[in-house]
Design a protein around this ligand. Structure first.
Ligand code: TYD
Length: 430
């Protein structure tokens, strides 16, 4: 169907080093093959030289193997690569934003990679990116790995302007041989010297430069606002780090923030709120100060980040006020929501992760903490009411919350959160 339509603008991407960073999988598979052969794995530069050229070359020159042994090493390498290695991969931060922007332009977007077609399709599907590509072309049994032919096959029948984007000289040269323009990217495995030397029509050092070049003046698509909540000691910091890594792997650009705080004015309010010397603070004052810090944070940080197409991951948000001031301080759930209405003015997270731990565990972890703030020092019944208010919020808005059992190991909790949050974000991208 694509062939019949004329596309004014086409962008063909190389995969490794341009859309994804595959070194982790490559390195692990070389190490695996070496171990299977009873040999010491190469390190540093010798290991890095495996990225790009044929594997036979790598095993023969970097590990000094005979042809026969190198063949065996390649077989071991493939054994691991086809199952786990190919997914030990990361999408470069910003690539998702670029792909969404190209699609918004009505651009034809394809991949021409030296990686066999099947694994290339699996990698793209794993990252939920298939929807952004009109075609994915890699070598098959019937087609060799010459870049020019892969690019020709990736292009539609009729088109106006077309660009090949790649990180190595053979991408640039392949684009030219196929009769289209070539852009060299400096964040992959090639060098600026190599790319300029091969005559690229444009050189982009970063993904942002590529976005500016291919989508000049275009507004970014809406990003995502996520928050994470839980009782004190529920392990939020660890889970924020793990979720950030999972999102980053998928090419989402994560910006962290926290409440109370997140910007200068709000951080100043935070110091007042958590200062153990402020014993005389009334409950209403406390609730209003949290809301005041939030009003600043929403406008100065949350909205601009989301507007720029990134993911804002916030450590606590309105739910904390409802739980701690509404429940813990007994001001009431509705009253806190009313106080916060003008502060947030309709800005709510798309998804809120709630780390669910029982009160005993929370108590134990708080007791183990060396320094407690004004809120953490509260008595146990305060925390019991806080937890009850969280439960009420979850019952009121079950769609927004991802509730996870936070008594498991950090790795198990992290995998659970990543799976659910990524699923929701990618669904919303459609
Ligand atoms: P913080 O150091 O961020 O603690 P944690 O790492 O446990 O999140 O301190 C925030 C404290 O402020 C925490 O005890 C919860 C409380 N809090 C409220 O009472 N209301 C709110 O609206 C927010 C955002 C936090």
């Amino acid at each position: 169907m694509c062939e019949e339509k004329r596309f004014d603008k086409c962008v063909i991407f190389d995969l490794d080093g341009t859309l994804t960073k595959s070194e982790e999988g490559i390195f692990n598979c070389v190490r695996y093959a070496a171990e299977k052969m009873g040999l010491t794995a190469p390190q540093g530069e010798a290991l890095r030289r495996f990225i790009g050229p044929p594997l036979m070359w790598g095993f023969q020159t970097q590990m000094g193997l005979s042809e026969e042994d190198a063949k065996q090493a390649v077989a071991f390498y493939r054994e691991r690569y086809t199952t786990v290695g190919l997914l030990e991969n990361r999408v470069y931060p910003g690539i998702r934003r670029l792909l969404r922007m190209l699609k918004a332009q009505g651009c034809y977007v394809a991949i021409a990679t030296g990686k066999p077609q099947g694994p290339a399709e699996r990698i793209i599907a794993h990252f939920g990116l298939t929807k952004y590509f009109d075609r994915i072309v890699g070598p098959t049994d019937s087609m060799g790995p010459e870049k020019e032919w892969l690019i020709r096959k990736a292009l539609p029948e009729t088109f106006g302007e077309a660009w090949m984007v790649g990180d190595r000289s053979f991408d640039v040269e392949g684009g030219h041989a196929a009769g289209i323009f070539s852009i060299g990217v400096g964040y992959g495995y090639g060098t600026e010297e190599e790319l300029r030397g091969s005559g690229c029509d444009a050189y982009c050092e970063t993904v942002q430069d590529l976005i500016d070049f291919l989508c000049p003046g275009q507004e970014a698509p809406e990003g995502v606002f996520l928050s994470i909540e839980g009782m004190d000691g529920s392990g939020k910091s660890t889970q924020i780090a793990l979720l950030t890594d999972a999102l980053d792997k998928f090419g989402f650009e994560v910006v962290h923030s926290r409440e109370p705080g997140g910007c200068k004015v709000a951080e100043a309010i935070r110091r007042v709120l958590l200062d153990v010397n402020n014993v005389g603070m009334t409950d209403v004052t406390e609730a209003l100060l949290y809301a005041a810090s939030r009003a600043q944070h929403v406008r100065e940080v949350i909205r601009p980040v989301v507007k720029s197409g990134k993911v804002l991951l916030c450590d606590r948000y309105v739910d904390s006020s409802v739980a701690y001031q509404g429940g813990g301080r007994q001001l009431g759930v509705q009253k806190i929501l009313d106080i916060n209405a003008s502060a947030v003015d309709g800005t709510w997270p798309m998804t809120t992760v709630y780390l669910d731990i029982d009160r005993e565990t929370s108590l134990k972890r708080r007791a183990a903490a060396s320094v407690l703030d004004r809120i953490e020092m509260e008595k146990d019944d305060f925390h019991a009411r806080t937890e009850a208010a969280y439960r009420e919020l979850i019952a009121r808005d079950p769609q927004r919350f991802v509730v996870v059992d936070a008594t498991r190991t950090p790795g198990e909790i992290g995998d659970d959160i990543a799976r659910q949050v990524l699923g929701r974000i990618m669904e919303a991208e459609k």
